[in-house]
Design a protein around this ligand. Structure first.
Ligand code: HEC
Ligand code: HEC
Length: 288
């Protein structure tokens, strides 16, 4: 190193370090001052920081620092608060009357959101994401109800189901008039014509059809065919149908019956969720 020859480089006007290899000289351009100061400040900062915040790995743990707090702890605290508020609200929903929940703005909003989420998870496969239903799975948006559309009615339907396995299930089976040999094929065609005439004035019913209806169907569907809630029997006079009601389908339904099953949710969903669902369904437009 004794032969280091520092000089000013001719081309750039910058000091050289004196190193030279095969005529190639090394320029001596130090880091800018501001960079060096920033670097020193960072080193001091890091040195102080290590005492206050989690830093060094230890054998089975790590040094937690003077403040012993991490963002994760803070997040957990916040989540804990939210969970606690949630459980207070859920408790209220569990214990309060359906009508009272609906009248309380905050609780109602909470129940609607919870009901909507629970609907997507549990009910949409059968009733459709928008609750508009499919053939055999009723539309829950309209004001046509098989079993009633008050908060209490809807709550009971969801809790116990329809023809479900629950012992308090809503149940009523329309007989399979042909299969059970209650009516002949000709009589069924006759009574279906009458049933169709209830919603379509252009169809002329026979007197025998009217009598057959009064004797066999009025018990559940009502004298006027408008349906009876206590039996879950659909209104046959309106345009809203549970099943398709072209003539052939109607003959098939009367001949063989359908017995659609709505599962029971009591025990599968908790009380607060079932109540939230009832409030949500009730709010969809057809609530009574
Ligand atoms: C496995 C399919 C299925 C699932 C899942 C299902 N339902 Fe149903 N639901 C039905 C069927 C079928 C009926 C009609 C039963 C009948 O024929 O009377 C029904 C009827 C209803 C009724 C009565 C409608 C009326 O007009 O009275 C309500 C309310 C209802 N469901 C709400 C729900 C809710 C809320 C959920 C989710 C927790 C749900 N359903 C999940 C099949 C289902
Ligand atoms: C014991 C009660 C009961 C009797 C009696 C009864 N029904 Fe029904 N009917 C029902 C129920 C309940 C449903 C809903 C079917 C289901 O959910 O499986 C229904 C559904 C129907 C439907 C389908 C309606 C729709 O909206 O899709 C038609 C049509 C019908 N009944 C016609 C008749 C006719 C015609 C008779 C007489 C021959 C009759 N029913 C007798 C209870 C009854």
């Amino acid at each position: 190193m004794s032969d280091l020859k520092k000089e000013i480089d001719d081309v750039s006007g910058v000091d050289t370090t004196g190193h030279e290899w095969d005529g190639i000289k090394e320029l001596n351009t130090p880091m800018p001052r501001w960079w060096v100061y920033t670097f020193i400040v960072c080193c001091i900062w890091a040195f102080v920081y290590q005492f206050f915040y989690p830093s060094w790995p230890l054998i089975s743990d790590y040094y937690k620092g003077y403040f012993a707090e991490t963002n994760r702890d803070r997040l957990n605290d916040e989540l804990g608060n939210v969970a606690q508020q949630r459980s207070v609200t859920l408790d209220k929903i569990r214990t309060m009357d359906l009508e009272d929940i609906r009248r309380d703005n905050a609780l109602n909003t909470f129940a609607l959101a919870g009901g909507k989420a629970a609907f997507g998870d549990n009910c949409a496969p059968c009733h459709g994401t928008g609750a508009a239903g499919f053939t055999g799975y009723p539309n829950l948006n309209d004001d046509d109800w098989l079993w009633g559309g008050t908060l209490e009615d809807i709550y009971t339907t969801i809790s116990y189901g329809i023809r479900s396995t629950h012992e308090e299930t809503r149940v009523n089976d329309m007989p399979a008039f042909l299969k059970d040999e209650l009516l002949t094929k000709a009589e069924i065609e006759d009574v279906v014509t009458y049933a169709q005439s209830l919603s379509d004035r252009s169809i002329k019913a026979t007197e025998s059809g009217r009598v057959l209806f009064a004797d066999n169907c009025a018990l559940c569907h009502g004298e006027d065919g408008k349906g009876l809630r206590e039996f879950g029997a659909p209104n046959l006079t309106d345009a809203i149908t549970l099943y398709v009601t072209d003539r052939d389908s109607m003959i098939d339904i009367v001949s063989n019956s359908r017995k659609g099953v709505m599962p029971t949710w009591s025990g599968r969903l908790d009380e607060a969720t079932i109540k939230s669902l009832a409030i949500y369904i009730h709010s969809l437009g057809g609530g009574e």
